[in-house]
Design a protein around this ligand. Structure first.
Ligand SMILES: Nc1ncnc2c1ncn2[C@@H]1O[C@H](COP(=O)(O)OP(=O)(O)O)[C@@H](O)[C@H]1O
Ligand SMILES: [Mg+2]
Length: 505
């Protein structure tokens, strides 16, 4: 606790910003003692505004945008965890975008020279001091190399690492406190959430890792004319500076410009879907932030992608699971859809508590049938998956963060495709990619090849597997609290600390 007092200043500021955006709603609904609730109402009256015109998630997103990079990251992470915050809130947090005034050119220049160990004029022949984009973590400048190649240079915002370190320490302290002091909090796994933020932050604070991500996707698509991924310029890249080959396409949200350039929008819509599926299914490595701002269209309708801070990886068994599960859904084979989950070990059977294959198949039918009954152009795979994960949760499926990231990205990709062509048919667009992949990886031969190559590894893992089997045979705890309530506990704690700070001032 003593270390905790140093967090209180920041804590108070956070409370004030939340109040100003009318984002203390969760505390008001939290099961807190009446005195504390009265104090909170007073706090809101003094510092707060009332914004009935906005949804709770929108108010929280606005507050987080103002609270800075670590909260923006927290919002992004919670936006892919509807299991923790509920679905509406997750969706609203998913729209959290950050845009900030640029930092000074002198700072950018100093940082580039320190990081790359040379004078700017020796490193680049032309460097545009005016950035093309500025966000909370970094800003991007255009430049040129001596050989005439056009470059984009991303520079980390000065002080951003320190800001993250301070807020992560505060989050960690809160997580420890809440897990130790509040019964039931461990279900929300605050420490795990903070660890997830810290891991993501560590990746985004080291632009060499972003360069490597760009390079890996570029390699995966080297023989694929549908997508261009800018290559990193390793000689001009360091921890805080990333130099990429510059792309020159039209922003994908600029519909008028796309049409003026003669692009076929329905074809582009299909290409967006296919390029995403090839990453996820064929390569098992996908760009998990495929929103409008990161996509461009170049010559011959080739897509161009930037911003490799958030990436997802899915292994081969998971890819098989996804392909088989979607296949079963599309065929309306509910029993198979249920079995696939059980075979993958995601859904534990527990006949004594009514968790049978049949019951799970019935649940799959309850979400699959109404969706399949709709016109194909209205069917969303992303939403189907979201509903499916909701159901699997009630069947004791442990949250699979990588699947949630995949599902959320699918919703984004569908949104981009639909903005290009309202009538895009997701199933038709996916078919060639899924069929090509299935032919290679899901036939009996592929299964045997896989089994042989994994056989040794499995043998080595046998003792661990046995442990897991033993653990799996114990009944899985059922979630007792509604997801929203779990967050209320954390916010309740925040309220207590805010009250303490107020008393101290
Ligand atoms: N390689 C590139 N070529 C051309 N423009 C780029 C390139 N990389 C980034 N940009 C421009 O800079 C903007 C911000 O870059 P991005 O990597 O998306 O940063 P952020 O993580 O802040 O969103 C992009 O939306 C794009 O307009
Ligand atoms: Mg971006």
């Amino acid at each position: 606790m003593p270390g905790g007092w140093r967090h209180l200043g920041r804590f108070f500021e956070i409370g004030r910003i939340l109040a100003r955006h009318d984002a203390l709603f969760m505390l008001r609904e939290a099961p807190l003692p009446p005195l504390l609730k009265a104090g909170l109402a007073g706090f809101q009256a003094v510092f707060g505004k009332h914004r009935p015109d906005l949804r709770p998630g929108e108010r929280l997103a606005n507050a987080m945008a103002e609270l800075g990079p670590s909260f923006i990251k927290l919002g992004q992470i919670l936006s892919v965890r509807p299991d923790l915050v509920g679905h509406e809130l997750a969706e609203d947090l998913g729209r959290l975008r950050d845009k900030l005034p640029p930092f000074a050119w002198s700072e950018a220049k100093a940082s580039i020279e320190a990081e790359l160990g040379g004078r700017l004029d020796d490193l680049f022949v032309g460097f545009e001091p005016e950035p093309v984009a500025a966000a909370s973590v970094a800003q991007v400048h255009f430049a040129e190399a001596a050989d005439g190649s056009k470059l984009a240079v991303k520079v980390l915002r000065p002080g951003v690492e320190a800001a993250f370190a301070r807020d992560l320490a505060l989050f960690g302290w809160l997580a420890d406190l809440s897990e130790d002091c509040l019964p039931g909090m461990h279900r929300l796994r605050p420490r795990a959430v903070v660890q997830a933020i810290a891991a993501q932050v560590a990746i985004e604070m080291d632009l060499r890792l972003e360069a490597a991500a760009a390079s890996e996707i570029a390699d995966n698509f080297r023989n694929d004319a549908d997508l261009l991924v800018p290559r990193p310029d390793w000689n001009r890249t360091a921890r805080r500076v990333l130099t990429l080959q510059r792309i020159a396409g039209i922003p994908i949200e600029d519909r008028a410009a796309l049409l003026a350039a003669g692009h076929d929008l329905p074809q582009l819509a299909e290409r967006v879907i296919q390029v995403f599926l090839r990453q996820a299914l064929r390569d098992g490595y996908f760009h998990a932030d495929m929103h409008h701002g990161n996509l461009f269209v170049g010559e011959h309708g080739r897509l161009e992608l930037v911003d490799f801070g958030i990436m997802g990886r899915i292994d081969m068994p998971t890819r098989r699971f996804m392909a088989e599960m979607l296949g079963a859904f599309l065929a309306g084979d509910w029993r198979r859809a249920a079995e696939v989950h059980i075979e993958a070990g995601y859904v534990p059977l527990d006949p004594a508590n009514g968790r049978t294959v049949e019951a799970f198949a019935q649940a799959c039918r309850s979400i699959g049938e109404p969706i399949l009954g709709k016109p194909v152009t209205e069917i969303s795979i992303g939403r189907l998956l979201a509903q499916l994960f909701q159901i699997t949760e009630t069947f004791g499926m442990r949250t699979q963060p990588h699947l949630l990231l995949l599902q959320k990205t699918m919703v984004t990709v569908e949104g981009v495709a639909r903005s290009l062509d309202e009538t895009v048919n997701f199933w038709e667009a996916s078919r060639p990619v899924v069929l090509a992949w299935a032919a290679e990886h899901m036939g009996p031969e592929a299964q045997i090849r896989d089994a042989v190559s994994h056989g040794l590894a499995t043998l080595r893992r046998l003792p661990k597997l046995l442990d897991r089997l033993e653990a799996a045979s114990e009944p899985t705890p059922v979630i007792e609290q509604a997801p929203d309530r779990k967050l209320h506990w954390l916010l309740g704690l925040i309220a207590i600390l805010l009250a303490a700070k107020l008393l101290l001032d």
